[in-house]
Design a protein around this ligand. Sequence first.
Ligand code: HEC
Length: 127
Amino acid sequence: MALKDPIARLKLILPLLATAALLAFPACDAERRKSDAELGLNPQQAAGRRIYDNYCDRCHAPYSSRGRQGPSMKGVFKRQYLPVSGMPANDDRVSDIIRMGRNKMPGYTQVLNQQQMDDLLAYLHTL
Ligand code: HEC
Protein backbone atom coordinates (compact mmCIF):
# COMPACT_ATOMS: atom_id res chain seq x y z
CA MET A 1 0.00 0.00 0.00
CA ALA A 2 1.01 3.64 -0.49
CA LEU A 3 1.91 4.01 3.18
CA LYS A 4 5.23 2.33 2.56
CA ASP A 5 6.13 5.47 0.63
CA PRO A 6 7.52 8.02 3.18
CA ILE A 7 5.92 10.95 1.35
CA ALA A 8 2.53 9.30 1.50
CA ARG A 9 3.07 8.63 5.18
CA LEU A 10 3.93 12.30 5.72
CA LYS A 11 0.78 13.35 3.86
CA LEU A 12 -1.21 11.26 6.29
CA ILE A 13 0.51 12.52 9.43
CA LEU A 14 0.77 16.25 8.67
CA PRO A 15 -2.97 16.99 8.75
CA LEU A 16 -3.19 15.11 12.04
CA LEU A 17 -0.40 17.24 13.48
CA ALA A 18 -2.02 20.42 12.19
CA THR A 19 -5.34 19.44 13.75
CA ALA A 20 -3.66 18.63 17.05
CA ALA A 21 -1.92 22.03 17.02
CA LEU A 22 -5.20 23.81 16.27
CA LEU A 23 -6.95 22.00 19.08
CA ALA A 24 -4.18 22.67 21.57
CA PHE A 25 -3.58 26.34 20.74
CA PRO A 26 -6.81 28.15 21.65
CA ALA A 27 -6.71 26.50 25.07
CA CYS A 28 -3.69 28.57 26.02
CA ASP A 29 -5.06 31.95 24.98
CA ALA A 30 -8.34 33.55 23.96
CA GLU A 31 -11.50 31.62 24.65
CA ARG A 32 -14.08 31.32 21.92
CA ARG A 33 -16.14 34.51 21.72
CA LYS A 34 -19.49 33.98 23.39
CA SER A 35 -22.72 35.14 21.74
CA ASP A 36 -24.88 37.84 23.32
CA ALA A 37 -27.42 35.14 24.21
CA GLU A 38 -24.79 32.98 25.92
CA LEU A 39 -23.77 36.00 27.97
CA GLY A 40 -27.44 36.64 28.81
CA LEU A 41 -27.30 40.23 27.48
CA ASN A 42 -30.53 42.18 27.05
CA PRO A 43 -30.89 44.35 23.90
CA GLN A 44 -29.43 47.46 25.56
CA GLN A 45 -26.43 45.55 26.93
CA ALA A 46 -25.91 43.91 23.54
CA ALA A 47 -25.93 47.36 21.89
CA GLY A 48 -23.37 48.46 24.48
CA ARG A 49 -21.24 45.46 23.61
CA ARG A 50 -21.12 46.57 19.95
CA ILE A 51 -19.89 50.00 21.08
CA TYR A 52 -17.33 48.39 23.39
CA ASP A 53 -16.10 46.17 20.54
CA ASN A 54 -15.70 49.22 18.30
CA TYR A 55 -14.05 51.64 20.69
CA CYS A 56 -12.76 49.96 23.83
CA ASP A 57 -11.84 46.33 23.17
CA ARG A 58 -8.48 47.04 21.54
CA CYS A 59 -7.21 48.55 24.80
CA HIS A 60 -9.35 46.82 27.44
CA ALA A 61 -9.99 43.08 27.73
CA PRO A 62 -13.62 42.50 28.80
CA TYR A 63 -13.49 38.90 30.01
CA SER A 64 -9.90 38.27 31.04
CA SER A 65 -7.95 40.10 33.70
CA ARG A 66 -5.00 40.51 31.34
CA GLY A 67 -4.11 44.12 30.56
CA ARG A 68 -3.91 45.41 26.99
CA GLN A 69 -2.91 49.05 26.48
CA GLY A 70 -5.24 49.79 29.37
CA PRO A 71 -6.41 47.77 32.38
CA SER A 72 -8.91 44.92 32.07
CA MET A 73 -12.59 45.86 32.37
CA LYS A 74 -13.46 42.48 33.86
CA GLY A 75 -15.57 43.14 36.95
CA VAL A 76 -15.09 46.91 36.61
CA PHE A 77 -18.24 47.70 38.63
CA LYS A 78 -17.80 44.80 41.04
CA ARG A 79 -15.06 46.56 42.99
CA GLN A 80 -15.49 49.67 45.05
CA TYR A 81 -12.64 51.56 43.36
CA LEU A 82 -11.16 51.57 39.87
CA PRO A 83 -7.74 49.91 40.03
CA VAL A 84 -5.65 52.48 38.10
CA SER A 85 -7.19 55.87 38.94
CA GLY A 86 -8.43 54.83 42.39
CA MET A 87 -11.72 56.62 41.69
CA PRO A 88 -15.00 55.16 42.95
CA ALA A 89 -16.31 52.55 40.51
CA ASN A 90 -19.67 54.17 39.80
CA ASP A 91 -21.53 55.38 36.70
CA ASP A 92 -20.58 59.04 37.20
CA ARG A 93 -16.83 58.51 37.51
CA VAL A 94 -16.66 55.90 34.76
CA SER A 95 -18.70 58.15 32.44
CA ASP A 96 -16.31 61.02 33.18
CA ILE A 97 -13.32 58.87 32.25
CA ILE A 98 -15.00 57.72 29.04
CA ARG A 99 -15.98 61.29 28.11
CA MET A 100 -12.72 63.02 29.02
CA GLY A 101 -10.17 60.23 28.60
CA ARG A 102 -7.16 59.84 30.89
CA ASN A 103 -3.47 59.87 30.03
CA LYS A 104 -3.14 57.55 27.03
CA MET A 105 -6.85 56.93 26.79
CA PRO A 106 -8.73 59.17 24.33
CA GLY A 107 -11.99 60.89 25.33
CA TYR A 108 -15.26 60.01 23.63
CA THR A 109 -17.41 63.14 24.07
CA GLN A 110 -17.36 63.77 20.35
CA VAL A 111 -17.92 60.12 19.49
CA LEU A 112 -20.67 58.75 21.72
CA ASN A 113 -24.10 60.32 22.25
CA GLN A 114 -26.03 59.95 25.51
CA GLN A 115 -27.89 56.85 24.34
CA GLN A 116 -24.63 55.15 23.35
CA MET A 117 -23.08 56.09 26.71
CA ASP A 118 -26.05 54.55 28.52
CA ASP A 119 -25.83 51.38 26.44
CA LEU A 120 -22.08 51.14 27.01
CA LEU A 121 -22.48 51.55 30.79
CA ALA A 122 -25.23 48.92 30.82
CA TYR A 123 -22.80 46.52 29.15
CA LEU A 124 -19.90 47.41 31.47
CA HIS A 125 -22.14 46.47 34.40
CA THR A 126 -22.34 42.90 33.03
CA LEU A 127 -18.56 42.41 33.08
C1 HEC B 1 -5.93 53.66 23.15
C2 HEC B 1 -6.28 52.76 24.23
C3 HEC B 1 -7.57 52.97 24.96
C4 HEC B 1 -8.86 53.01 24.44
C5 HEC B 1 -9.28 52.92 22.98
C6 HEC B 1 -9.75 53.09 25.58
N1 HEC B 1 -9.02 53.15 26.73
FE1 HEC B 1 -9.78 53.18 28.63
N2 HEC B 1 -7.90 53.40 29.36
C7 HEC B 1 -6.73 53.31 28.64
C8 HEC B 1 -5.61 53.54 29.53
C9 HEC B 1 -4.14 53.52 29.12
C10 HEC B 1 -6.16 53.74 30.82
C11 HEC B 1 -5.40 54.09 32.10
C12 HEC B 1 -5.39 55.60 32.21
C13 HEC B 1 -4.63 56.08 33.42
O1 HEC B 1 -3.39 56.11 33.32
O2 HEC B 1 -5.28 56.40 34.42
C14 HEC B 1 -7.59 53.64 30.68
C15 HEC B 1 -8.49 53.78 31.71
C16 HEC B 1 -9.84 53.46 31.65
C17 HEC B 1 -10.73 53.40 32.77
C18 HEC B 1 -10.35 53.68 34.22
C19 HEC B 1 -9.61 52.47 34.76
C20 HEC B 1 -9.07 52.70 36.14
O3 HEC B 1 -8.74 51.69 36.77
O4 HEC B 1 -8.96 53.84 36.60
C21 HEC B 1 -11.96 53.05 32.29
C22 HEC B 1 -13.25 52.84 33.10
C23 HEC B 1 -11.83 52.92 30.86
N3 HEC B 1 -10.54 53.19 30.51
C24 HEC B 1 -12.86 52.58 30.01
C25 HEC B 1 -12.76 52.64 28.62
C26 HEC B 1 -13.90 52.48 27.73
C27 HEC B 1 -15.31 52.14 28.17
C28 HEC B 1 -13.42 52.67 26.46
C29 HEC B 1 -14.21 52.67 25.17
C30 HEC B 1 -15.19 53.73 25.03
C31 HEC B 1 -11.99 52.92 26.55
N4 HEC B 1 -11.64 52.92 27.87
C32 HEC B 1 -11.13 53.11 25.48
C33 HEC B 1 -6.64 53.09 27.28
C34 HEC B 1 -7.69 53.07 26.40
